[in-house]
Design a protein around this ligand. Structure first.
Ligand SMILES: [Zn+2]
Length: 295
């Protein structure tokens, strides 16, 4: 609701801006000859000072509470102060006979107000939808988790932010030969490390892998050699090889570049499948594509 309130303030700012433009244009077309007294200019000057002080105070408060609504309100004060300042400029210009200055100043103020409204709504919408994480954030998480003993790989990191709330989920690769108890302990270590670093309760997903399996090693190095330089693929993971009497299957997941569209992704996976089928003809290939914004 806080973000909705911020959005409403932003819309009101834009509406006010448009109204000011209307009256400013009419004053440019038919300027009224007003000779303001100096004392009037002084009074308005004092109110500007007062408003600037309240704006600073509101901004100081909003920095402490980190509230979007208060921040928008601080902007409202700032807009007020700047527009009153421009009114003073117009009044002084009026005393010297430049009567159209009033209208032009009004136009400037209006554009400034609308610009402010757009900025405020942008940041409110970002908070509402949740921004995609920066690559530094993702690498930070990866670095912390990779250091933990028993973790063979980290992938599908997803970080969401809604307002000030943060959600982290992550896949970890653990040797399939580890006991369930050990796997649980490793996952718990990941949870503790992330909650200490980011004050979040992460979701940890365990993927068993078989790094000692010679076929896994073969496929892994083939993927490294053939596909690690392809920019469409940002990461491959969860590589497993299943060999039964009837079926031999190579399974793994890939993360694709965010710039790749759906048909590009499908085409890319087809290429990987074909190259693997060529290299390992007795195996079927199954590739799982991770959703977007997993790293
Ligand atoms: Zn996974």
């Amino acid at each position: 609701t806080e973000y909705i309130a911020t959005l409403i303030i932003a819309v009101l700012l834009c509406v006010a801006g448009i109204e000011i433009i209307e009256s400013a244009v009419s004053r440019i077309i038919s300027p009224s000859a007003i000779y303001p007294e100096w004392w009037m200019i002084a009074v308005i000057g004092c109110t500007i000072l007062l408003k600037e002080v309240t704006a600073r105070y509101a901004e100081f408060l909003s920095a402490r509470i980190a509230s979007g609504t208060l921040h928008a309100d601080a902007w409202h004060h700032r807009v007020d102060a700047i527009s009153s300042f421009m009114v003073i400029v117009a009044m002084i210009a009026g005393r010297f006979g430049y009567h159209q200055a009033d209208g032009w100043v009004g136009l400037g103020v209006a554009l400034f107000i609308i610009w402010t409204g757009i900025q405020i709504s942008k940041s409110a919408i970002d908070d509402l939808i949740g921004k995609p994480p920066s690559s530094e954030e993702v690498e930070d998480v990866r670095g912390i988790v990779q250091k933990i003993d028993g973790i063979l790989g980290v992938h599908d990191i997803s970080i969401h932010r809604y307002g000030r709330e943060r959600f982290v989920s992550i896949h970890i690769e653990i040797n399939a030969s580890e006991t369930q108890g050990r796997a649980h302990d490793i996952a718990e270590e990941v949870e503790t490390a992330l909650s200490q670093a980011y004050n979040v309760e992460p979701t940890v997903h365990i993927d068993p892998v078989q790094p000692e399996n010679p076929m896994v090693q073969k496929v892994g190095s083939f993927l490294d050699v053939t596909w690690s330089k392809d920019e469409r693929i940002t990461n491959w993971h969860d590589l497993r090889v299943i060999e039964t009497e009837k079926h031999n299957v190579i399974l793994f997941g890939v993360n694709t570049s965010a710039s790749l569209n759906q048909s590009g992704t499908i085409a890319c996976c087809r290429e990987i499948e074909d190259s693997l089928a060529n290299e390992f003809p007795s195996y079927e290939v199954e590739i799982k594509i991770s959703p977007l914004y997993r790293f």
